[in-house]
Design a protein around this ligand. Sequence first.
Ligand SMILES: Cc1cc2nc3c(=O)[nH]c(=O)nc-3n(C[C@H](O)[C@H](O)[C@H](O)COP(=O)(O)OP(=O)(O)OC[C@H]3O[C@@H](n4cnc5c(N)ncnc54)[C@H](O)[C@@H]3O)c2cc1C
Length: 411
Amino acid sequence: MTAPMSSQGANQGRTQVGIIGAGPAGLMLAHLLQRAGIDCVLLESRSRFHVENRLRAAVLEHDLATLLRQVGLGERMDRVGIPQEGIRLHAAPDHAWRIDLAAHTGRTAMLWGQYELVRDLIAARLDAGAPLLFNVDAVRLDDLDTHRPRINYRHDGEVFTLDCDFIAGCDGFNGICRAALPSERLAMHQHAWPFSWFGILTEADPAWPELVYGGHPDGFALASMRPPGLTRFFFQCDPDEDVHSWSTDRIWQTLHRRLDAGGTSLGEGHIIQRSIIPLRSAVTETMQHGRLYLLGDAAHLLPPTGAKGLNVAVHDAVHFATAVRAWYAQADFGPMARFSEERIEAIWNAQRFCASMTRLLHRMPGEDSFGYRLRLAEIAYLAENRFAARSFAESYVGSANEEMLEAYLRP
Ligand SMILES: Cc1cc2nc3c(=O)[nH]c(=O)nc-3n(C[C@H](O)[C@H](O)[C@H](O)COP(=O)(O)OP(=O)(O)OC[C@H]3O[C@@H](n4cnc5c(N)ncnc54)[C@H](O)[C@@H]3O)c2cc1C
């Protein structure tokens, strides 16, 4: 795919919405705008191979799985993804519970790897012949507070400029877009958790048919499936841990101790990949300046314990696409003007859920036996009290958001 150009001059292009970053937020936004007949150009700094193989989130809320079906992205998900009717909570070999998501809410979550969603979105965009450029660098934004904001970038050794009506900054937490907001407009609330996750991908069949969250006295662990026949495990480790300092034996011992329960032992397999993931929370208020809007991780980070990062990023894209449509279809700028204000409550609500799960299931530095017994009592209450379990289940599968879906799908 060559860089988009127009008659304005060599290497000078024009589009309605310039999108920076081909993660879930940018790709979903491009897909939704394309379906609405709104022109956009998507610029990504990494290679297609890199973004299609990046292991990250996997849990989709009920409504987002429904949306994917309605926008032509559900076929592979329904064939290969794994609906989650419940999740398990293991606190020690003799403390194990199941929360029945379906019974409490009438809804399920869908286990569908972020890289699978990204692959489907990239394929849909390229099949449609729509502009998506990989390996773009030196991206710079100009004239954000005018009606013609501009993206400057380099591709294949040449320098280009792209005039836009709007720019969507979907470039993740370490991208350039958030830094383009004037510092006096940017309020960042952030928190670094005092632990990280050690993650492995293994060729092991999952021992349990559902996600297992471990809140062991030693610390957190998680077993999650990646079809076909792969399991992704995580366990809490120190933030300054070196991925190479853990032997394979030590990894499996840690996982067995924190996850085995009720006479079932997790399956071991060849470890394909290891990584360490720091846990951070952040919210950027405001998410917009002039004609630049921040979506997804560019605006906020959630600790992965609550499985909301991917969901919130896609919700941002749906909300923004609806606002852009209102502008082009009815010249109504209201939804664009209110974008940040309208998203912020949902973002803090997702932060609330992720932080409460993180506190509940991780061992804080210096935790004593009283602290652990208190956490254990909280885990038991959550699993056994039907009101607590229902509230948890609703947050986990996503509260019913038919309004959002209807607003987007309305012709
Ligand atoms: C290592 C890791 C593990 C995670 N694991 C989980 C998990 O287990 N569960 C969970 O719920 N969530 C997890 N998350 C969070 C979840 O994956 C993110 O919330 C989600 O990826 C957000 O999507 P996004 O599109 O906003 O950002 P991203 O997916 O980060 O996409 C941003 C894109 O922008 C591109 N980019 C950056 N700078 C530029 C530039 N200057 N120009 C052009 N392109 C640029 C990047 O290459 C990237 O492709 C994880 C995140 C990370 C980083």
